[in-house]
Ligand binder design. Structure first.
Ligand code: NG6
Ligand code: CA
Length: 515
């Protein structure tokens, strides 16, 4: 402290206290808490504020009415692992060949030496935490983790001070929560073994024992036919776990309670929270209290459960007086899917609801509903209440946008594809990006500009066997849609506009570094 201030303090302690509290307030204001609530497989049309029918999402809708709602917001991919990879690293996942949908015993895909969005916040003096679905690998080497001891490499090595996560997805083993690299409630009487190659002797498999699937039946012949946990078939083999095994109906509660605890215990310091819900991914098995809320069966009720998580967070923020000083983002990792390997009647019970919100396509595929996602940003006093933004924004840019907000330098090579789009993300720039790139499950890339959508030619099935009724859009020739007049991507006009196709191909070549 400067000498003259010290002298001042001796004479006027009250004035100094005011001065200090101003300084603290100012720095708190410059460093708002940031919470990203990331839903899983929640479609562009799955929320009330995006026009959903039947589904009731009062808590999300309330956030939208206090913030800005985006109608052209994008994940970088139409499946989870690459999409999440981009948020956390600011890099397109397709630059690496090991970022496709990860198995539950994948090694860490984001390596400790990579600069992550969590590192960014940590370096800016934030406490950082991740909750819920991870799906980006754990431990140093795939298939070699010892789940009965602390994992030697984990989220603590990539910037998260605290983590309470599921290793992969709800439908992949190991079916346990992992807190700071250790299985929660680890049961010494039931050591955990996991394999994605060989079954464990004596463990019944879902494929052979449909009668043991008392909570949810797997769709015959299309997967989820290996380990059985909580009366539900999974991907991957697993043995043991005992009291550590999760109960699907309690997953949202476990994740939310831990997130709330973190908020409460960090209310006096800036924090960054990555809150990735298990809803509404399969197996959809919401808690009893949400059953019947949507009239659309388990998928709709899982959306109600997601909304409850959002309401729990907003409730905590307002109770703790943190509302004004917290940027709250609600979005999804990729588009919706109905049939996804369990017999939960998701398609049959829609009752007029369109999870894709009038867009074409779904999760996995190349069309708009695959990667265009709901996105809402609330920051009271800073973001216009109830605004709607048509700006084209990508989750990829959250990294450098927050970097700019916090005046943080990013190490050379860090977040290479991310751009500062803070004005767009705060609803102040109505245009946003010139284009976004979307990646499908087969790695086909698309480019979306304000006017056009171009899809690269690619190979793969028109429909995945495990997801009848959804379309991939993979085609052996380029597709071009004039989104302005054809928002549903019905007419492929590639042949009529070779110049536009050429300019889109050029964008991809430039981004791929082929130019
Ligand atoms: C698929 C699974 C699907 C889901 C998806 C990943 C089957 C039949 N299907 O392989 O259920 O887990 O992978 O979804 O096994 S994501 O949202 O995590 O990308
Ligand atoms: Ca997903």
């Amino acid at each position: 402290m400067r000498k003259d201030l010290l002298a001042c303090a001796a004479m006027m302690p009250a004035a100094l206290a005011t001065l200090q509290s101003h300084a603290q307030n100012r720095s708190r204001e410059d460093r708002p808490n940031v919470i990203i609530i990331l839903a899983d497989d929640l479609g562009y049309g799955d929320l009330g504020c995006y026009g959903a029918r039947n589904v009731v999402t009062p808590n999300v809708d309330a956030v939208a009415s206090k913030g800005v709602r985006f109608v052209n917001a994008y994940a970088t991919a139409s499946v989870s692992t690459p999409s999440r990879y981009s948020i956390l690293t600011g890099q397109y996942a397709w630059r690496r060949d090991d970022t496709d949908i990860a198995v539950g015993d994948a090694g860490m895909i984001i390596r400790p030496e990579q600069y992550t969005i969590a590192d960014l916040f940590k370096n800016a003096g934030y406490s950082t935490a991740a909750f819920g679905k991870w799906h980006l690998g754990l431990g140093d080497k795939g298939g070699e983790q010892d789940w009965n001891a602390p994992l030697p490499a984990g989220l603590g090595d990539i910037g998260f001070d605290y983590s309470y996560i599921m290793a992969a997805t709800g439908d992949r083993v190991p079916c346990v929560f992992i807190e700071n690299g250790q299985v929660v409630d680890w049961d010494p009487s039931a050591p955990i073994e996991v394999s994605y190659r060989t079954p464990f002797e004596g463990e019944p498999l879902a494929a052979d024992h449909p009668e043991l699937l008392y909570n949810l039946k797997s769709t015959p012949g299309v997967g989820h036919n290996q380990a059985i946990v909580n009366g539900i078939g999974r991907i991957g083999y697993m043995k043991g776990g005992g009291r550590a095994l999760w109960k699907d109906e309690n997953i949202a509660d476990s994740i939310t309670v831990h997130a709330l605890r973190f908020i409460e215990s960090h209310k006096d310091e800036p924090f960054f929270m990555y809150l990735a819900t298990n809803d509404v991914h399969v197996p959809r098995f919401p808690h009893e209290r949400f059953r019947g809320m949507s009239g659309m069966g388990l998928r709709g009720d899982a959306i109600a459960e997601f909304d409850w998580t959002v309401g729990s967070v907003t409730g905590a923020l307002s109770r703790l007086g943190l509302e004004d000083n917290t940027i709250l983002i609600i979005t999804s990792d990729n588009g919706p899917v109905l049939e996804d390997g369990y017999m939960d009647r998701a398609a049959e019970l829609l009752n007029g609801h369109d999870p894709s919100g009038n867009l074409r396509g779904n999760k996995y595929g190349v069309y708009e509903a695959g990667a265009r996602v709901p996105a809402i940003v609330r920051w009271p006093g800073k973001v216009t209440e109830g605004a709607l933004s048509e700006a084209i924004v990508s989750q990829l840019d959250l990294f450098r946008s927050f970097g700019a907000m916090l005046d943080q330098r990013i190490p050379k090579g860090g977040a290479p594809d991310s751009r500062d789009a803070l004005p767009a993300w705060l609803g102040r720039d109505p245009f946003g990006r010139e284009y976004v790139i979307e990646q499908a499950n087969n790695r086909a890339l698309s480019v979306r500009t304000k006017e056009w959508k171009y899809v690269d030619q690619s190979e793969g099935p028109a429909e995945y066997r495990f997801s009848p009724g959804s379309e991939t859009g993979y085609m052996g020739e380029p597709q071009l849609f004039h989104l302005t007049t054809d928002p549903k991507e019905r007419d492929n006009v590639a042949k009529d506009h070779p110049d536009v196709v050429a300019s889109m191909v050029q964008i991809l070549q430039r981004e791929r570094g082929c130019e």
